[in-house]
Ligand binder design. Structure first.
Ligand code: ADP
Ligand code: MG
Length: 466
């Protein structure tokens, strides 16, 4: 144990610890990491080909949208999930179980309500069989370090969200892990509390008082990643989690959110996250010469996952852009509206998929159809939307499958089974929800939630005349 640490006798600055590990300071290393979860056709990959290193002295951010596999990757690094293939090494040794060099901080705090702050913090040490007196001393120091002094005997329900998360930090730090792992630790907090906590943590890190050698931070917040990380690993999620690009953040600390260099990096990361690998662009209109359009649909359904975006949300975004003369910078718009990427990027994808908007560099541009859609009244808007939605593979598949005869019904389970060959069950649920929302708004088909059935009503055209 390296305890006790204190403000007057700081532990060595993290960077100086690099030499201890030999091996260029590499603490964690994955090679060819793949992780799959069960699907209808067996295992479906959610992470593939992940090669990642975490070195002593650095903060690495894993950045990606919801569903890109960040939490899965963090759990693999912590040894809580075995990889499906590839390896995770801690200080050169492949993991066979929980990683002894890591401790985790969760988004939802995960405190035991019947234990006091002190007892919750000591939990981390009990699991490691530290004798009671040492435990008490270590807990007191961690509590002091993280700004919880005075709250030792409080129960979690007496604490604000920020104070609860401090307990989460103290509980992880009390074991002095080589690598502190944080899974969206600020995202359940209000904006001001989150900013305060980030600032305090960064001060501790910069001053060398942080009793850990490296940090892995999972986040979907681009600014948070640029503010805190030395390196940002951007995960993409099409069709499954891969590393899109790694960005070195060379900014001096403490970092200035207002600086041009900070803005430039935020924009760059936005570009990486909104860029699209070429082979997964929305499918072109089916070739009329093809004999079996439905087969083609099934193939494109596999390559064109629907974003989780409601008609209201994507319409709102289209109107926002229209008010800005049809063009706007994504990072600026997000900041102005106080949206994070999980609120905004699915809507951006939706507009793109529907042919209502295109991404050019940092900017989102409404197309001609998108401009018409943004300005249309309700009836016209539905008609325009119907035309666009029929180019979206899953919506088209449902509409096509219903044929064209009013009264036809089809179980949602039919599409669920079909999608289950390509996506995990959570992904299937989300996509069907979107397709149902879009198809209903477009008037292409109806949906009976109680019977879980799609159906074609009198007034509904199903597929448009060809
Ligand atoms: P993130 O943390 O980036 O939001 P996750 O790692 O939680 O992503 O999930 C990645 C993908 O794996 C998602 O599509 C999710 O639905 C799926 N997934 C996560 N956990 C499980 C599980 N236990 N079983 C099946 N699928 C899962
Ligand atoms: Mg997650």
């Amino acid at each position: 144990m390296r305890f006790p640490f204190s403000r007057t006798a700081p532990v060595p600055a993290p960077a100086t610890a690099a030499t201890e590990t030999g091996d260029g300071g590499i603490l964690l290393e994955t090679s060819g990491l793949t992780k799959s979860y069960a699907g209808a056709d067996g295992e479906l990959p959610v992470l593939s080909g992940i090669d990642l290193t975490v070195r002593a002295g650095e903060i690495v951010a894993l950045l990606g949208r919801s569903g890109s596999g960040k939490s899965t990757l963090l759990r693999c690094l912590a040894g809580l999930l075995p990889p499906s293939s590839g390896t995770v090494r801690y200080r050169g040794t492949p993991l066979t179980g929980a990683n002894p060099g890591t401790a985790l901080v969760f988004q939802t705090f995960a405190l035991l309500p019947w234990l006091t702050v002190r007892q919750n913090v000591e939990l981390g040490l009990e699991a490691r069989a530290v004798p009671p007196r040492q435990r008490a001393r270590a807990a007191e120091q961690a509590i002091d370090l993280i700004g919880l002094a005075g709250f030792e005997n409080a129960y979690p329900k007496e604490l604000s969200g920020g104070m609860r998360q401090r307990v989460g930090f103290a509980r992880a730090l009390v074991v002095e892990p080589d690598v502190l792992m944080m899974d969206e630790p600020f995202s359940a907090l209000d904006v001001l509390t989150a900013e305060n906590l980030r600032g305090e943590l960064m001060e501790l890190w910069d001053s060398g008082q942080f009793p850990t050698r490296a940090v892995v931070l999972v986040t979907h917040n681009i600014e948070e990643a640029v503010l805190m990380a030395d390196r940002i690993v951007v995960l993409g999620s099409r069709p499954y989690g891969t590393i899109r690009e790694t960005v070195e953040v060379g900014l001096e600390r403490p970092r200035d959110r207002g600086s041009a260099a900070f803005d430039e990096l935020v924009d760059r990361v936005y570009r990486i996250m909104t860029g699209r690998p070429k082979d997964t662009r929305p499918a072109a209109r089916p070739d009329p010469e093809r004999p079996d359009p439905e087969r083609l649909d099934r193939r494109t359904v596999a390559n064109t996952p629907l974003p989780t975006a409601s008609v209201d949300g994507l319409s709102g975004l289209a109107e926002m852009i229209a008010h800005r003369d049809g063009r706007c910078d994504l990072a600026d718009l997000a900041e102005e509206l106080g949206l994070d990427i999980d609120d905004m990027l699915p809507q951006v994808d939706a507009l793109d998929l529907l042919g209502f908007a295109e991404i050019h560099g940092d900017d989102l541009l409404l197309t001609e159809d998108g401009t018409a859609f943004a300005h249309a009244d309700v009836q016209d808007s539905r008609a325009l939307f119907a035309g666009a939605a029929l180019d979206v593979p899953l919506v088209k598949l449902i509409a096509n499958s219903l044929g064209g005869a009013p009264g036809t019904t089809l179980r949602a389970g039919f599409f669920r089974d079909l999608l289950a060959h390509h996506y995990t069950s959570e992904q299937v649920d989300r996509q069907l929800e979107t397709a149902t929302d879009w198809g209903r708004y477009a008037g292409l088909f109806g949906y009976d939630a109680a019977r879980q059935e799609y159906r074609l009503d009198e007034a509904q055209p199903g597929t448009m005349p060809r």
